[in-house]
Design a protein around this ligand. Structure first.
Ligand code: KIV
Ligand code: ZN
Length: 555
């Protein structure tokens, strides 16, 4: 490593910057460059069919401006533009955009590609940075500017007859270009493209390679934009890349600095580290209460189209979209999320405020399922949450530690995450299928009370070690009656601690779940009963607790 090899970015001197105290209250005009910048960056560029499928998805999301390609650069790009136009695949309110350099034969090929398009933006770019001027093109400032102006004039002359055509100009490597020179170039381009208030020129400022912190980029945008005369004839656009990993911050701060339009891609696909991720930008606005005008409520579908078309993968931790971004494994986080969700539904709260979740996953079409996942890091609340959300069992709070410990041990042993099904199977095995040492073979409950006081008699047959015992007992309710029947015949040392029950409906079949806690040899032990009849569910719950206690602590 040799830091001396590099030098710090030299920003513009500003004492009167306005952007830091502003708040973004409306979305920019979004322009997707997935089919151009994103496509140019793929090891295997998209096929025509993939591009058409991706285009359709972009329109479903709500993009109104879509850069569909660089038609002079490849046959597939050209064919895509033709297919979109000839097959009438462009919605009335969507404008397609095509990229071109300032060379006549490329411009001609591009204009040929857009024949018949109803709404189109021709996007001209040229590199203005000193490095490119010196190293790549061997041109000075004047020659560089003349080339851009010549390209703009050519485009305007050749498209004069096309109604509604619009233009965009990008000074490539804007962030590495001398600010005063940028002002000069942008000002000249407004005239070269004959921009008017009615037909403004899109002036698009890229961080072609991101070379400074987002605040310095915002400074640069505000500095240049405030010095371009005739701004009412322009729409200020930005096109951040992500080389330093701060493309989203570049875009957000540049919007505060005056940008009215933003170019980027889904999930940040694009050259090298990618373009700015529009999913993140849009949903960052959404979580501030600003409608971004893009619909990501079918996030899984969007991901699927993106991954199929590009062959890329959305990272598990990609904001808002990754598989793990709503998932809490840690016990304290799971507990806080569970409490937050319960509080919301209890209080009928409209504003979203749930610990650890900045957005309601349901708004993005994400299920509860990924929120709480279970591994050995998970706490007692996580497994209870899974049972409740997925299977309808509302374990009493006092039971959470007991079941949580069983889950933790199982996850530890497996050395892997447990699925919701795994958790449920464990619950069934530990509570609903405990048939030893005692099994209930038959039962009858009769009301015996009179004179205003309730009394119940339980009689039935209980089996243990292949022997059947007839038992009976009385109490002030079914549990009490069963308990006294069991205690009278076989059991000593059990005390009743707590009882909870609730209905569970699965389809048309409503059942009662009963949770019984007994104390045995100084330990609290839970049992669960699930039956159509609440009295029988309770009795089975008692029997389950008895069996589990004996299995754990001996007879
Ligand atoms: O990143 C860039 O500079 C570009 C331009 C062509 C707009 O993609
Ligand atoms: Zn780019």
């Amino acid at each position: 490593m040799n830091a001396e090899k590099y030098r710090p970015f030299v920003g513009v001197e500003m004492t009167d910057r306005k952007w830091p105290t502003r708040v973004q209250s409306k979305p920019p005009i979004w322009c997707s460059v997935d089919l151009r910048d994103g496509n140019q960056a793929l090891p295997e560029p998209m096929s025509l069919d993939s591009k058409l499928a991706f285009f359709a998805e972009l329109t479903r999301i709500g993009f109104k401006e879509i850069e569909v390609g660089f038609p002079s650069a490849s046959q597939t790009e050209y064919d895509t533009v033709r297919a979109l136009i000839e097959e009438n695949l462009i919605p009335e309110d969507v404008t397609i955009q095509v990229l071109v350099q300032a060379r006549e034969h490329l411009i001609d090929r591009t204009l040929d590609a857009i024949r018949g398009a109803k709404h189109v933006i021709v996007h001209l770019y040229s590199n203005t940075s000193p490095l490119h001027r010196r190293v790549v093109f061997g041109m000075d400032k004047k020659e560089t500017l003349e080339l851009a102006v010549k390209g703009a004039r050519m485009i305007v002359e050749k498209t004069r007859e096309i109604p509604g055509i619009r233009y965009e100009y990008s000074p490539e490597s804007f962030s590495a270009t001398e600010p005063e020179y940028s002002v000069e170039v942008l000002t000249r381009m407004l005239d070269a493209f004959e921009a008017t208030e009615e037909r403004p020129l899109i002036l698009n400022l890229p961080t072609t390679t991101e070379i400074c912190t987002p605040n310095r980029f915002a400074d640069l945008v505000e500095y240049v934009w405030s010095r371009v005369p005739g701004r009412e004839r322009a729409i200020l656009s930005i096109h951040p890349h992500n080389d330093r990993g701060t493309g989203v911050a570049d875009a957000e701060m540049a919007c505060l600095a005056g940008a009215q339009r933003g170019e980027g891609t889904l999930f940040g696909n694009g050259e090298r580290t990618g373009n700015v991720d529009i999913v993140t930008l849009a949903l960052n606005l959404y979580t501030q209460g600003v409608d971004p005008g893009l619909d990501f409520s079918r996030m899984n579908d969007v991901k699927e189209v993106y991954e199929t078309a590009t062959g890329m993968r959305v990272h598990e931790r990609s904001p808002y979209a990754g598989d793990l971004v709503f998932t809490a494994f840690s016990g304290s986080h799971q507990d806080a999320i569970r409490k937050g969700l319960a509080w919301r539904s209890r209080e009928k709260e409209k504003i979203w405020e749930v610990p650890y979740l900045i957005v309601d996953p349901a708004d993005l079409g994400r299920e509860w399922e990924p929120i709480v996942r279970i591994n050995s890091q998970s706490g007692k609340g996580g497994a209870a949450f899974v049972l409740q959300e997925r299977y309808g069992f509302q374990l009493p709070r006092a039971m959470h530690p007991e079941f949580g410990l069983l889950v933790k041990k199982t996850a530890d042993k497996a050395g892997a995450e447990l699925s919701a099904e795994d958790v449920f199977r464990l619950f069934v095995r530990e509570y609903l299928e405990v048939n030893a040492p005692y099994r209930l073979k038959s039962h009858e409950i009769t009301e015996t009370g009179g004179d205003g006081h309730s009394a119940v008699r339980f009689s039935g047959v209980i089996e243990s070690d292949k022997e059947a015992h007839t038992i009976s007992g009385e109490g002030n309710g079914p549990i009490d009656a069963f308990f006294s029947a069991m205690r009278g015949e076989h059991l000593t040392g059990f005390a009743f601690s707590s009882y909870h029950e609730h209905a569970i409906s699965s389809g048309s079949d409503a059942k009662a779940a009963a949770y019984i806690e007994l104390t045995y040899r100084g330990h609290g032990v839970f049992g669960v009963g699930l039956e159509n009849n609440v009295s029988i569910a309770s009795i089975k719950g008692v029997l389950c607790a008895v069996n589990r206690a004996i299995n754990l602590y001996g007879e």
